[in-house]
Design a protein around this ligand. Sequence first.
Ligand code: XMP
Length: 514
Amino acid sequence: MQQKIIILDFGSQTTQLIGRRVRELDTFCEILPYNKFPTDDPSVIGVILSGSPFSVHDPDAFKVDLSQFVGRVPVLGICYGAQYIANSGGGKVEKTNSREYGRAHLIYIDNTNPLFKGVETGAQVWMSHGDTITAIPDHCHAIASTADVEFAAYASDTVPLWAVQFHPEVMHTLPGMQLLRNFVVDICGSSQQWSAASFVETTVSQLKQQLGQDRVILGLSGGVDSSVCAVLLNRAIGDRLTCIFVDHGMLRKDEFRKVMEAYQGLGLNVVGVDASEKFFADLAGVTEPEQKRKIIGRDFIEVFNAEAAKITDARWLAQGTIYPDRIESLNITGKVIKSHHNVGGLPEEMHLQLCEPLKWLFKDEVRRVGHELGMPERLIKRHPFPGPGLAVRILGDITRERVRVLQEADDIYIEAMFNYTCEDGQLLYDKVWQAGAILLADVRSVGVMGDERTYEHPVALRAVTSTDAMTADWAHLPYDFLARVSNDIINKVKGVNRVCYDISSKPPATIEWE
Ligand code: XMP
């Protein structure tokens, strides 16, 4: 049986990060809403309670019945989790005069406690709370303190229960990973069997069982998630998997052809559909970003459905949905702020069942699985690319010529990133989360080329660093790189006479311009 750690989500922004850290310890985990503990699951080897935007004294604060797991499996409370346990067990949680945010140092550590094995006194931790614990429950004792916080961490004398008011999951808590390792591996007894190889092995055999002789349809986008999903399914059921890859005409330069070749090289059974005529016709004259997105979404479903309907014996629709797409993060009103991915409007009469083999994986794990499956690095490391493609990177209405101009500029930019090795030996492409060029199609400015005056369009370059696309910073690309790319674009792409670099972070800007 696969061991698992349950992370109960009380709405903290770092809950997902706890999950990632546990996975980095090669241990399977599930993030569940605070009130959804699976009481009858024997594979649970430990429970972690997350932080929360609430104070334990707020009337609407999330409450959980601790007796479901305390005393049964090891428990670690983090921040709100620690305060909730203290408050429920007869301790005291109070507002502090000075809210505790940022770096702090552990001036006292109980090194005999297994949670702090290998952690030195003086270690830096990251605090982020308005309340603090001023008294801990009976039969508990402090196991770490900072100059301001006596109960920075405490443990029970009678049951396997630990609590920390700082955040071990964030990188500013320097011994955070050691602490989580101590909990997950030493205390909970994880055998650390979760790996890309074991995932592939178990998933392929589960898919074989689940799908039997059935036929499956999958929509490919050229992106990492759908591609890995396809290769995994191909391992399980071979050419009973039919992939559909729709070209809406607004992909990157030569992308449709290159990706089709890559897929065929991987042995996938792919139907490529060139539907660009339809998309260009329906988008003609449309400049409003939301309208562009709606038209593309609608056309896409129409084209995909028409193609899928030809596969009359299909029983399943596979999707490359990954874990962050599904996690229900709670906001402070208790409402779900990120809803489940849904099957985008497939006609009900097709009666397809949904198959989502990557639904437990984080993005970096999907890449590891792709690697394990022997997929080409370039496909695995590919930057995210929006569904509507270059349509949302052309400010103004969309024509084939404008797409061609942007494809040329974008190709020069992205290829240059692949060919630029940074001082640390990494490719520039691998250092940024996502990059692309934007054509300001309705703007023109004056320039001079040779003896000629020009009056043409600017191209903006965008590159961001991020971990989840929810927030992003503009990437600090080297000046010599930007200089070369700007030169190449202006010299080689007819219709462009100026290049700008976008230095906006998200928020308040977004990654895409439209
Ligand atoms: P924004 O522009 O909202 O983008 O900061 C966040 C991330 O989402 C990608 N994106 C999309 N992906 N369909 C997609 O599949 C879309 O309509 C879409 N719009 C934005 C964007 O490229 C970035 O990675």
